[in-house]
Write a protein of this length. Structure first.
Length: 336
């Protein structure tokens, strides 16, 4: 039979065990809350390809095409249209429950559809231009953990964009290659209609795609966020200084002239990562110098110069930049 002292020891042991278990439960709950509070993330793979992970771990790919990090299996894949540089589903590992939504499912009887997958809400919206028929292309608005993100697809500046202002968009992903989609200047016009909190440039060049710092520099909105291919940011309702709002370019870039083909003038953009003496010349198809556009020292930044070919014949012209030890050449076409 247990004496009084033994009973007291047993009670103390029981209470200590109860308290320790209680602390473990509290710690577990705290960990669960921290997991629930984790931020959704946005990864830009390049071209129009993006990956979104919600705080609960759902994975969404939009317009898979550009090589990159496809290690996470998809819960949802969204396709804006059926051009081959937007619908490479073979790149994506799909979960058994994965939902693939394309423009075919997104437009039914000329009506744009809405979808719910888990706690993710998806609305299809209009996207079209001269290169993409209205009936065969869409954009998407995603509600991710209370943050609204708009992927514009391959679009022009369209009247339907004015309706997006009422959506209180947190992020708008706008294309701006100026070839198959809008120009950077038109993207500024689109932003004035959409009225999102932040804008992320995508599809900044035609295929084969890299990333055009020059085009992005022409997108002159104050709430622009630069996310280069392979980079990831947290999706937040309010951006902090860690949000990578862009200013000066980090790399040496000679952009494709715009317009191209041109008649009689075109604009050439280039970016300098540091101060350098810059020499920018234009040559004809035979390699003969036809114009010297820049010959002076310039500071770090992005620049624009106009090439006026008013008195020159139609044909192919090359423009070449030399900035210190860095050089690059691009081709342009004058059509009269």
């Amino acid at each position: 039979m247990m004496n009084a002292s033994g009973c007291r020891s047993l009670v103390i042991l029981f209470l200590c065990t109860f308290v320790l278990v209680g602390f473990e439960i509290c710690d577990a709950n705290t960990n669960d809350r921290s997991l629930l509070a984790a931020s959704a993330t946005f990864t830009y793979l390049g071209h129009a390809t993006v990956k979104i992970k919600t705080s609960s771990g759902m994975v969404v790919y939009i317009d898979p095409y550009q090589p990159g990090d496809y290690a996470d299996s998809a819960d949802v894949v969204l396709i804006t249209h059926q051009h081959s540089d937007h619908n490479r589903l073979t790149l994506v590992k799909q979960k058994s429950t994965c939902r693939v939504i394309s423009n075919v499912e997104a437009i039914q009887n000329n009506n744009y559809q809405s979808f719910s997958v888990g706690n993710l809400k998806i609305d299809a919206v209009a996207a079209y231009n001269a290169n993409h028929q209205k009936s065969q292309c869409v954009g998407y608005i995603l509600d991710v953990d209370g943050i609204t993100l708009y992927h514009a697809g391959d679009t022009g500046v369209i009247s339907e964009m004015a309706d997006l202002a009422a959506k209180n968009l947190t992020y708008a992903l706008l294309p701006m290659d100026g070839i198959f989609t809008i120009t950077p200047e038109q993207a500024v016009q689109a932003a004035s209609m959409i009225k999102a909190k932040y804008y992320i440039p995508i599809h900044t060049m035609g295929t084969p795609d890299t990333y055009s710092d020059a085009n992005v520099a022409r997108f002159t909105v104050t709430n622009k966020i630069i996310v280069r291919p392979g980079e990831t940011i947290e999706l937040k309702s309010v951006m902090t200084s860690a949000g990578k709002v862009a200013d000066s370019p980090p790399t040496f870039t000679l952009g494709q002239n715009y317009p191209n083909p041109f008649n009689p003038s075109t604009r050439i953009f280039y970016s300098l990562p540091a101060d350098a003496h810059v020499l920018l010349k234009v040559y004809d198809f035979l390699g003969r110098e036809t114009a010297e556009l820049v010959n002076r020292r310039q500071g770090k930044g992005t620049y624009e110069i106009v090439f006026d070919a008013d008195n020159r014949p139609s044909g192919i012209y090359f423009y070449r930049i030399q900035a210190g030890e860095l050089t690059e050449t691009r081709k342009s076409l004058l059509l009269r």
